[in-house]
Design a protein around this ligand. Structure first.
Ligand code: ADP
Length: 283
Protein backbone atom coordinates (compact mmCIF):
# COMPACT_ATOMS: atom_id res chain seq x y z
CA UNK A 1 0.00 0.00 0.00
CA UNK A 2 1.23 3.49 -0.81
CA UNK A 3 -0.29 6.87 0.07
CA UNK A 4 0.37 9.64 -2.45
CA UNK A 5 -0.22 13.25 -1.37
CA UNK A 6 -0.14 15.84 -4.12
CA UNK A 7 0.18 19.45 -3.00
CA UNK A 8 -1.67 22.55 -4.04
CA UNK A 9 1.05 24.97 -5.05
CA UNK A 10 1.85 26.47 -8.46
CA UNK A 11 3.48 24.33 -11.16
CA UNK A 12 2.10 20.92 -10.17
CA UNK A 13 1.18 18.81 -13.20
CA UNK A 14 -2.06 17.04 -12.17
CA UNK A 15 -2.41 15.40 -15.60
CA UNK A 16 0.98 13.72 -15.16
CA UNK A 17 0.23 12.72 -11.54
CA UNK A 18 -3.12 11.16 -12.54
CA UNK A 19 -1.69 9.35 -15.59
CA UNK A 20 1.08 7.89 -13.44
CA UNK A 21 -1.35 6.91 -10.64
CA UNK A 22 -3.66 5.28 -13.23
CA UNK A 23 -0.81 3.17 -14.66
CA UNK A 24 0.29 1.97 -11.21
CA UNK A 25 -3.30 1.24 -10.18
CA UNK A 26 -3.98 -0.75 -13.35
CA UNK A 27 -0.75 -2.69 -12.75
CA UNK A 28 -2.30 -3.82 -9.44
CA UNK A 29 -0.67 -1.53 -6.89
CA UNK A 30 -3.04 -0.56 -4.04
CA UNK A 31 -2.89 3.16 -3.34
CA UNK A 32 -4.82 6.09 -1.93
CA UNK A 33 -4.49 9.63 -3.27
CA UNK A 34 -4.70 12.69 -0.98
CA UNK A 35 -4.59 16.23 -2.34
CA UNK A 36 -4.42 19.88 -1.33
CA UNK A 37 -5.55 23.07 -3.04
CA UNK A 38 -4.07 26.09 -1.26
CA UNK A 39 -3.00 28.03 -4.37
CA UNK A 40 -6.41 27.75 -6.05
CA UNK A 41 -8.21 28.53 -2.75
CA UNK A 42 -6.28 31.79 -2.45
CA UNK A 43 -7.23 32.75 -6.03
CA UNK A 44 -10.94 31.93 -5.57
CA UNK A 45 -11.06 33.70 -2.18
CA UNK A 46 -9.63 36.87 -3.77
CA UNK A 47 -12.11 36.63 -6.66
CA UNK A 48 -15.04 36.28 -4.23
CA UNK A 49 -13.92 39.35 -2.30
CA UNK A 50 -12.92 37.42 0.83
CA UNK A 51 -9.11 37.36 0.59
CA UNK A 52 -7.15 34.89 2.74
CA UNK A 53 -6.15 36.12 6.18
CA UNK A 54 -2.91 34.74 7.54
CA UNK A 55 -2.15 35.16 11.23
CA UNK A 56 1.13 34.77 13.12
CA UNK A 57 1.17 33.06 16.50
CA UNK A 58 3.28 34.46 19.39
CA UNK A 59 5.79 31.65 18.71
CA UNK A 60 6.15 32.76 15.07
CA UNK A 61 4.10 30.19 13.14
CA UNK A 62 1.87 31.48 10.34
CA UNK A 63 -1.51 29.90 9.57
CA UNK A 64 -4.66 30.60 7.60
CA UNK A 65 -7.49 32.01 9.75
CA UNK A 66 -10.52 29.96 8.71
CA UNK A 67 -13.78 31.74 9.55
CA UNK A 68 -17.06 30.23 8.30
CA UNK A 69 -16.94 32.04 4.94
CA UNK A 70 -13.32 30.92 4.40
CA UNK A 71 -14.27 27.34 5.28
CA UNK A 72 -17.03 27.43 2.66
CA UNK A 73 -14.62 28.72 0.00
CA UNK A 74 -12.09 26.09 1.11
CA UNK A 75 -14.74 23.37 0.61
CA UNK A 76 -15.76 24.72 -2.81
CA UNK A 77 -12.19 24.44 -3.99
CA UNK A 78 -10.83 21.36 -2.19
CA UNK A 79 -13.97 19.15 -2.27
CA UNK A 80 -15.34 20.67 -5.48
CA UNK A 81 -12.99 21.93 -8.15
CA UNK A 82 -9.80 20.13 -7.08
CA UNK A 83 -11.32 16.81 -5.96
CA UNK A 84 -13.69 16.44 -8.91
CA UNK A 85 -10.96 17.55 -11.33
CA UNK A 86 -8.75 14.69 -10.12
CA UNK A 87 -11.61 12.15 -10.08
CA UNK A 88 -12.60 13.16 -13.63
CA UNK A 89 -9.01 12.78 -14.89
CA UNK A 90 -8.81 9.30 -13.33
CA UNK A 91 -12.23 8.28 -14.69
CA UNK A 92 -11.15 9.38 -18.16
CA UNK A 93 -8.10 7.13 -17.75
CA UNK A 94 -10.33 4.17 -16.91
CA UNK A 95 -9.85 4.18 -13.13
CA UNK A 96 -12.95 4.00 -10.95
CA UNK A 97 -12.00 6.75 -8.50
CA UNK A 98 -14.23 7.99 -5.65
CA UNK A 99 -13.60 11.44 -4.19
CA UNK A 100 -14.29 12.07 -0.51
CA UNK A 101 -13.42 14.68 2.08
CA UNK A 102 -12.38 13.75 5.60
CA UNK A 103 -15.91 14.68 6.69
CA UNK A 104 -17.44 11.85 4.66
CA UNK A 105 -17.63 8.78 6.86
CA UNK A 106 -15.43 10.73 9.33
CA UNK A 107 -12.34 9.40 7.58
CA UNK A 108 -10.28 12.19 9.19
CA UNK A 109 -11.31 13.10 12.73
CA UNK A 110 -9.80 15.57 15.16
CA UNK A 111 -10.16 18.33 17.73
CA UNK A 112 -11.70 21.66 16.72
CA UNK A 113 -9.66 24.71 17.73
CA UNK A 114 -12.15 27.58 17.85
CA UNK A 115 -9.77 30.35 18.90
CA UNK A 116 -6.26 31.27 17.92
CA UNK A 117 -3.70 33.57 19.56
CA UNK A 118 -2.34 36.01 17.01
CA UNK A 119 0.08 38.92 17.10
CA UNK A 120 -1.48 41.99 15.46
CA UNK A 121 -0.14 45.56 15.72
CA UNK A 122 2.39 44.34 18.27
CA UNK A 123 -0.33 42.99 20.58
CA UNK A 124 -1.40 39.41 21.27
CA UNK A 125 -5.09 39.03 20.41
CA UNK A 126 -7.46 36.08 20.71
CA UNK A 127 -9.39 35.51 17.50
CA UNK A 128 -12.54 33.39 17.81
CA UNK A 129 -14.56 31.56 15.14
CA UNK A 130 -11.60 29.66 13.69
CA UNK A 131 -12.49 26.37 11.98
CA UNK A 132 -9.17 24.60 12.23
CA UNK A 133 -7.86 21.50 13.92
CA UNK A 134 -5.51 18.56 13.74
CA UNK A 135 -6.24 15.02 12.58
CA UNK A 136 -5.97 12.75 15.61
CA UNK A 137 -7.85 9.73 14.33
CA UNK A 138 -8.24 8.07 10.94
CA UNK A 139 -11.26 5.84 10.45
CA UNK A 140 -10.07 3.51 7.72
CA UNK A 141 -13.25 1.40 7.40
CA UNK A 142 -14.71 3.40 4.50
CA UNK A 143 -11.33 3.61 2.73
CA UNK A 144 -10.87 -0.16 3.07
CA UNK A 145 -14.44 -0.79 1.88
CA UNK A 146 -13.68 1.19 -1.29
CA UNK A 147 -10.28 -0.42 -1.87
CA UNK A 148 -11.75 -3.88 -1.29
CA UNK A 149 -14.32 -3.25 -4.02
CA UNK A 150 -11.94 -1.91 -6.63
CA UNK A 151 -12.42 1.85 -6.12
CA UNK A 152 -9.48 4.24 -5.84
CA UNK A 153 -10.13 6.66 -2.94
CA UNK A 154 -9.23 10.33 -3.54
CA UNK A 155 -9.24 12.15 -0.19
CA UNK A 156 -9.01 15.79 0.81
CA UNK A 157 -9.46 18.04 3.87
CA UNK A 158 -11.56 19.24 5.69
CA UNK A 159 -11.80 16.76 8.57
CA UNK A 160 -14.70 16.22 11.00
CA UNK A 161 -14.36 17.44 14.56
CA UNK A 162 -15.54 15.10 17.33
CA UNK A 163 -18.73 17.25 17.40
CA UNK A 164 -19.21 16.81 13.65
CA UNK A 165 -18.05 20.30 12.62
CA UNK A 166 -15.92 20.73 9.48
CA UNK A 167 -12.35 21.73 10.33
CA UNK A 168 -9.50 22.87 8.11
CA UNK A 169 -6.56 20.51 8.69
CA UNK A 170 -3.10 20.21 7.23
CA UNK A 171 -3.19 17.86 4.22
CA UNK A 172 0.33 16.52 4.74
CA UNK A 173 -0.38 15.61 8.37
CA UNK A 174 -3.70 14.02 7.34
CA UNK A 175 -1.92 11.95 4.67
CA UNK A 176 0.74 10.95 7.20
CA UNK A 177 -1.90 9.82 9.71
CA UNK A 178 -3.67 7.85 6.97
CA UNK A 179 -0.41 6.20 5.87
CA UNK A 180 0.23 5.18 9.48
CA UNK A 181 -3.28 3.80 9.93
CA UNK A 182 -3.03 1.80 6.69
CA UNK A 183 0.52 0.64 7.61
CA UNK A 184 1.67 1.92 4.24
CA UNK A 185 4.98 0.88 2.79
CA UNK A 186 5.54 4.46 1.61
CA UNK A 187 4.08 7.95 1.83
CA UNK A 188 4.97 10.15 -1.15
CA UNK A 189 4.61 13.91 -0.60
CA UNK A 190 4.67 15.47 -4.07
CA UNK A 191 5.12 19.22 -4.42
CA UNK A 192 6.66 21.78 -6.78
CA UNK A 193 10.25 21.20 -5.62
CA UNK A 194 12.53 18.16 -6.14
CA UNK A 195 12.66 17.56 -2.35
CA UNK A 196 14.21 19.31 0.64
CA UNK A 197 16.83 21.73 -0.64
CA UNK A 198 19.88 22.64 1.44
CA UNK A 199 20.01 26.08 -0.22
CA UNK A 200 16.41 26.78 -1.32
CA UNK A 201 15.63 27.61 -4.19
CA UNK A 202 18.81 26.08 -5.68
CA UNK A 203 17.48 22.78 -7.04
CA UNK A 204 20.96 21.27 -7.30
CA UNK A 205 21.24 21.37 -3.48
CA UNK A 206 18.85 18.43 -2.95
CA UNK A 207 19.26 16.54 0.33
CA UNK A 208 18.83 12.85 -0.67
CA UNK A 209 18.39 11.23 2.77
CA UNK A 210 17.22 12.25 6.21
CA UNK A 211 17.49 9.72 9.05
CA UNK A 212 14.22 10.14 10.98
CA UNK A 213 16.07 10.15 14.32
CA UNK A 214 18.12 13.22 13.29
CA UNK A 215 15.33 15.21 11.64
CA UNK A 216 15.98 18.28 13.85
CA UNK A 217 19.35 18.73 12.13
CA UNK A 218 17.56 19.19 8.79
CA UNK A 219 14.60 21.37 9.77
CA UNK A 220 16.88 24.43 9.74
CA UNK A 221 17.11 24.19 5.91
CA UNK A 222 13.34 24.42 5.50
CA UNK A 223 11.38 27.65 5.41
CA UNK A 224 7.69 28.28 6.05
CA UNK A 225 5.40 25.29 5.62
CA UNK A 226 8.28 23.05 4.61
CA UNK A 227 9.36 22.94 8.28
CA UNK A 228 6.10 21.27 9.31
CA UNK A 229 6.32 18.89 6.36
CA UNK A 230 9.76 17.64 7.44
CA UNK A 231 8.69 17.19 11.08
CA UNK A 232 5.49 15.46 9.95
CA UNK A 233 7.51 13.05 7.80
CA UNK A 234 9.62 11.99 10.80
CA UNK A 235 6.42 11.50 12.83
CA UNK A 236 4.99 9.28 10.08
CA UNK A 237 8.10 7.11 10.07
CA UNK A 238 7.94 6.89 13.87
CA UNK A 239 4.27 5.89 13.45
CA UNK A 240 5.22 2.86 11.34
CA UNK A 241 5.26 4.14 7.72
CA UNK A 242 8.13 2.45 5.86
CA UNK A 243 9.50 5.63 4.31
CA UNK A 244 8.42 9.14 3.36
CA UNK A 245 9.66 10.57 0.08
CA UNK A 246 9.46 14.28 -0.85
CA UNK A 247 9.15 14.09 -4.62
CA UNK A 248 8.69 16.42 -7.58
CA UNK A 249 5.10 16.76 -8.84
CA UNK A 250 6.33 18.60 -11.94
CA UNK A 251 8.00 15.45 -13.32
CA UNK A 252 6.58 13.39 -16.21
CA UNK A 253 6.13 10.32 -13.95
CA UNK A 254 6.03 11.87 -10.46
CA UNK A 255 4.88 8.78 -8.52
CA UNK A 256 7.00 6.20 -10.35
CA UNK A 257 10.04 8.45 -9.84
CA UNK A 258 9.48 9.05 -6.12
CA UNK A 259 8.61 5.46 -5.25
CA UNK A 260 12.12 4.02 -5.64
CA UNK A 261 13.49 6.95 -3.59
CA UNK A 262 14.05 9.80 -6.03
CA UNK A 263 13.77 13.02 -3.99
CA UNK A 264 14.40 13.38 -0.27
CA UNK A 265 13.85 10.14 1.64
CA UNK A 266 13.01 10.13 5.34
CA UNK A 267 13.41 6.70 6.90
CA UNK A 268 14.81 4.97 9.94
CA UNK A 269 17.22 2.00 9.95
CA UNK A 270 14.47 -0.31 11.21
CA UNK A 271 11.74 0.84 8.82
CA UNK A 272 13.90 1.81 5.83
CA UNK A 273 13.91 0.16 2.41
CA UNK A 274 16.26 -2.65 3.40
CA UNK A 275 13.89 -3.80 6.16
CA UNK A 276 10.69 -3.52 4.09
CA UNK A 277 10.93 -6.67 1.93
CA UNK A 278 11.82 -8.86 4.93
CA UNK A 279 8.84 -7.60 6.96
CA UNK A 280 6.43 -9.07 4.42
CA UNK A 281 3.80 -6.49 5.33
CA UNK A 282 4.17 -4.22 2.34
CA UNK A 283 1.77 -4.43 -0.55
P1 ADP B 1 2.18 21.90 -1.21
O1 ADP B 1 0.97 22.76 -1.01
O2 ADP B 1 2.49 21.64 -2.64
O3 ADP B 1 2.14 20.65 -0.40
P2 ADP B 1 3.84 23.77 0.30
O4 ADP B 1 3.71 25.09 -0.37
O5 ADP B 1 3.13 23.54 1.55
O6 ADP B 1 3.49 22.66 -0.77
O7 ADP B 1 5.39 23.42 0.57
C1 ADP B 1 6.33 23.33 -0.46
C2 ADP B 1 7.08 24.64 -0.59
O8 ADP B 1 8.03 24.75 0.47
C3 ADP B 1 7.91 24.76 -1.84
O9 ADP B 1 7.14 25.23 -2.92
C4 ADP B 1 8.97 25.79 -1.44
O10 ADP B 1 8.59 27.08 -1.87
C5 ADP B 1 8.97 25.78 0.10
N1 ADP B 1 10.28 25.53 0.73
C6 ADP B 1 10.77 26.22 1.79
N2 ADP B 1 11.99 25.79 2.15
C7 ADP B 1 12.32 24.79 1.30
C8 ADP B 1 13.48 23.94 1.18
N3 ADP B 1 14.54 24.07 2.00
N4 ADP B 1 13.46 23.00 0.22
C9 ADP B 1 12.39 22.87 -0.60
N5 ADP B 1 11.28 23.64 -0.54
C10 ADP B 1 11.22 24.60 0.40
Amino acid sequence: MIVVKVGGSEGIDYDAVCADVADLWKAGRPLVLVHGGSGETNRVAEALGHPPRFVTSPSGYTSRFTDRATLEIFEMVYCGKMNKGIVERLQRLGVNAVGLSGLDGRVFEGRHKDSVRAVEDGKVKILRGDHTGTVERVNTALVELLLGNGYLPVLTPPAASYEGVAINVDGDRAAAALAGALRAEALLLLSNVPGLLRAFPDETSLIPDIPAANVEDYVEFAQGRMKKKVLGAAEAVAGGVGRVVFGDARARRPVTDALPRRGTVVSSPTTGASATPASGSSA
